[in-house]
Design a protein around this ligand. Structure first.
Ligand code: DX5
Ligand code: ZN
Length: 234
C-alpha cells in the first residue's frame, strides 16, 4: 500500500474534488480528471451534522471508485466516523481522512484505519490549531489543512492556512516524519496554490478550480500544473 505508491520528492499531487463535478455525468467527469493527469480523486463525504451539508455516501463512493484506476482520497466530514469506516475502506490504495474535531478518540480512529493498511490523514479546520495534531504526526501519512470552513465547494481561500502549513512543515521536518501536507478549499491556479506549495504542501485539492463551466477539465488541470511549474514544496 504505502510502498506501492512512491511519490517523488518535490512533486505536487493534484486531487480534483468531485463535489464540484456535474453529478448528472459523474463517471464521465471522473474519467476526464483521470485522463487529464489527476493524481488522486478527492471525495467529500458530508453528514449534515459535522458540516451543514449532506453530500453523498457509500453507494456513490463505490461508483466513483469504479470510474477510475486512481486512489480515492476520501475526506470524511462525519461526526464520530468509527462505525461507518467499514463502508468506505474497501480498496487498500484509498486514503482515508478524518477530522480532528469530529473524533472523540482520534488516536483510536487513526489506529483502526492504519490496521486495515490504508494511508490515513487528519484534517484540521481553519479555527483548529496545528497543535491539535502535532503529537500524532508520526502516525500520519497526510495532514490536511482546511483553507475553508468545510461544507461547500466554491468558497474563498482563507489565507491563515498558509501560516499553518508552514508551521506543520517545520514540525514534520524537525521530527523527520514522512507526513505529507495537503490543502483543501478555495485552491485555484493562482497564488492560493503557489503559496500553499511554497509553504510546504505537496498535495492540493481543487473542486471548482477543476470542475467548472468556463473550461474543460483538461484545460483546468493544465492551468493548475502550469502555475505550479518549477515550484518545489518548501
Ligand atoms: C469543502 C470540501 C472541499 C471542496 C473544495 O468542504 O472539503 O474538498 O470540495 O472545493 P473548492 O476547491 O471549490 O473550494
Ligand atoms: Zn474536501
Amino acid at each position: 500500500m504505502v510502498s506501492e505508491r512512491v511519490v517523488s520528492e518535490g512533486y505536487v499531487q493534484i486531487a480534483p474534488s468531485v463535489l464540484s463535478a456535474d453529478f448528472a455525468k459523474l463517471g464521465e467527469q471522473v474519467r476526464e480528471a483521470t485522463e487529464a493527469g489527476a493524481d488522486l480523486i478527492h471525495v467529500d463525504v458530508m453528514d449534515g451534522q459535522f458540516v451543514p451539508n449532506i453530500s453523498f455516501g457509500e453507494v456513490l463512493v463505490d461508483a466513483i471508485r469504479r470510474s477510475t484506476h486512481l486512489p480515492l482520497n476520501i475526506h470524511l466530514m462525519i461526526k464520530e466516523p468509527d462505525n461507518l469506516l467499514h463502508t468506505f475502506i474497501k480498496a487498500p490504495t484509498d486514503q482515508i481522512i478524518v477530522h480532528a474535531e469530529a473524533c472523540t478518540h482520534l488516536h483510536r480512529t487513526i489506529t483502526r484505519i492504519k490496521e486495515g493498511g490504508n494511508e490515513v490523514g487528519v484534517a484540521i479546520n481553519p479555527a483548529t490549531p496545528v497543535s491539535a495534531i502535532e503529537d500524532l504526526l508520526p502516525l500520519l501519512d497526510i495532514a490536511l489543512v482546511m483553507s475553508v470552513n468545510p461544507g461547500f465547494s466554491g468558497q474563498s481561500f482563507i489565507p491563515l492556512a498558509v501560516e499553518k502549513v508552514k508551521r506543520l512543515r517545520q514540525e514534520i521536518k524537525r521530527g523527520g516524519y514522512g507526513t505529507r501536507i495537503m490543502v483543501d478549499g478555495g485552491i485555484k491556479a493562482d497564488w492560493t496554490a503557489q503559496d500553499s506549495v511554497k509553504a510546504g504542501a505537496s498535495m492540493l485539492v481543487s473542486g471548482s478550480g477543476i470542475f467548472n463551466e468556463t473550461e474543460a477539465v483538461d484545460q483546468a488541470m493544465g492551468r493548475m500544473r502550469s502555475c505550479l511549474a518549477g515550484l518545489v514544496p518548501g
